[in-house]
Design a protein around this ligand. Sequence first.
Ligand SMILES: NC(=O)C1=CN([C@@H]2O[C@H](COP(=O)(O)OP(=O)(O)OC[C@H]3O[C@@H](n4cnc5c(N)ncnc54)[C@H](OP(=O)(O)O)[C@@H]3O)[C@@H](O)[C@H]2O)[C@@H](O)CC1
Ligand SMILES: Cc1cc2nc3c(=O)[nH]c(=O)nc-3n(C[C@H](O)[C@H](O)[C@H](O)COP(=O)(O)O)c2cc1C
Ligand SMILES: Cc1ncc(COP(=O)(O)O)c(C=O)c1O
Ligand SMILES: [K+]
Length: 536
Amino acid sequence: MRGVLGKSRKMICSLLSQAPVSPAYYYRSSPSIYKPKPSNRFSWGFLAPIPSPAIRVFCSKPGEVGGLMASSVQNQGSISYLTQREAAEVDETLMGPLGFSVDQLMELAGLSVATSINEVYKPSEYNRVLAICGPGNNGGDGLVAARHLYHFGYKPFVCYPKRTQKPLYSGLVTQLESLSIPFLSVDELPMDLSKDFDILVDAMFGFSFHGAPRPPFDDLIKKLINLHYYEQAQRKPPVIVSVDIPSGWHVEEGDVGGDGIKPDMLVSLTAPKLCAKKFSGPHHFLGGRFVPPAIAEKYKLQLPQYPGISMCVRIGKPPQIDISSLRENYISPEFLEEQVEADPLDQFRKWFDDAMAANLKEPNAMALSTTGKDGKPSSRMVLLKGVDKDGFVWFTNYESQKARQLSENPHAALLFYWDGLNRQVRVEGSVEKVSDEESEQYFHSRPRGSQLGAIVSKQSTVVPGRHVLHQQYKELEEKYSKESLIPKPKYWGGYRLKPERFEFWQGQPSRLHDRLEYSPQETDGKRVWKIVRLAP
Ligand SMILES: NC(=O)C1=CN([C@@H]2O[C@H](COP(=O)(O)OP(=O)(O)OC[C@H]3O[C@@H](n4cnc5c(N)ncnc54)[C@H](OP(=O)(O)O)[C@@H]3O)[C@@H](O)[C@H]2O)[C@@H](O)CC1
Ligand SMILES: Cc1cc2nc3c(=O)[nH]c(=O)nc-3n(C[C@H](O)[C@H](O)[C@H](O)COP(=O)(O)O)c2cc1C
Ligand SMILES: Cc1ncc(COP(=O)(O)O)c(C=O)c1O
Ligand SMILES: [K+]
């Protein structure tokens, strides 16, 4: 075993040293804490979309206990759980009348497992994965997951002691072998799994498990149970991710003796099985985004909505979070003086283009900070609607709080934060209103609804209730039927900030970030931008 893993460690190092230094190598390592984020975020490198905590749940047979019943998951309303028989029936229906093949479902199931893992355990911190695969389809899910994890940047190992002699399985094995993923026999596994692996994928048994585990799985399950004996204060223990069912648990009753595997993450597939109600670990996900409405109806399956294009969705309560431990270690290409543009506007455009290319959500969203004559600052988000040599433009209500403050103190600060690129840009300067024509032109380019909204909203004043806004909006909708021009209210228009200072921030490990500041300087009567590096 030593030899095998020793070799593999070298492989990890060589893999890391070959890692591209292209923009595709921005990532952040964070603790295994779930952070709800918008679902449709794309991030470069190893970051994957994270599901929205909002889930839609239904009750099939409210209050019923057992079978396809509704059962409460904290914070999340209700969700159905399947009995063992129902799980098998759903499986048969999918692969019978509904025309799915086992290969397809297994591929999607394994992908769901891999993406669920990636939601919580980033490869920068949890790199070495051991997938322990059983003889059935649950084992197949594990093999598929291992392949996807490899492509996500993890370093998988596979233990697959009872191989199934079917083309599907031998194909999966060949695919893994072609990626040089090491297969470890049971004998090659160390007694203590905690030293060599960060993630243990339990893909031994799924919903067809019955009785007591037979060799060699009895010992493998014991290895997972005994992990805590080896826990050392200075070492983070590996996490256990169970696929569909924690292996050894009764499919309906759960961990009957209380001495079974205690997974940190459970990825239920298609729908959670009854035993999942007994799962008390911090991360419960659902995967298997393939259930057609026909089957959901037939089995009165109540499934949460998957966010965006995600292959998995968190179910169950979000984990308790120790806020003080929430942190990211930023890993990005260095941002050096010799690389930056002489003109900060060019540099801004470059980074803005990167943010667009990375498909970040609203890269033009910026925090605008202002102060009035009392000197008390306030910040809010606004959308950048134009940027050129004259400055940064946004639109708003000229009678809002920010407008009042800007009339008292025409200086402001803008802040862009581009999560996923580990970048922040600060822009400070003086502010003036844009011309009326510019505001007119932009106003009429907006969707009609937003134009009406701008008329309705006496921004920053007290509103007695939402209904008031709706009522006024409806009246305006009738007043300005289909094609008629909606006049821009006088109290709505743009501002332009003329930059006097820029700072470009690129997150780096150990908080040794890059900060390059631009400030204007007169040289021979010419205005040039001076660039200095600031301590992080
Ligand atoms: N639509 C879906 O739902 C989808 C389901 N999918 C996945 O399929 C899983 C169900 O797969 P599955 O039916 O092949 O059964 P699974 O649990 O892997 O194991 C059966 C094997 O274990 C063995 N075995 C049983 N008991 C044992 C014991 N005590 N000790 C030792 N061995 C024991 C048994 O041997 P036997 O007892 O028959 O001799 C047989 O070889 C499901 O949980 C999910 O992960 C996804 O891929 C796609 C979509
Ligand atoms: C992403 C985002 C973009 C926003 N963009 C604008 C905007 O461009 N103009 C605007 O007036 N308000 C915008 N808002 C609303 C403002 O944040 C704020 O609530 C509103 O302008 C009132 O601010 P004030 O009371 O400080 O004047 C945006 C809010 C968010 C979250
Ligand atoms: C109140 C308000 N005004 C203006 C905007 C600017 O965006 P747009 O002009 O695209 O509606 C926003 C954007 O969120 C907003 O919330
Ligand atoms: K399992």
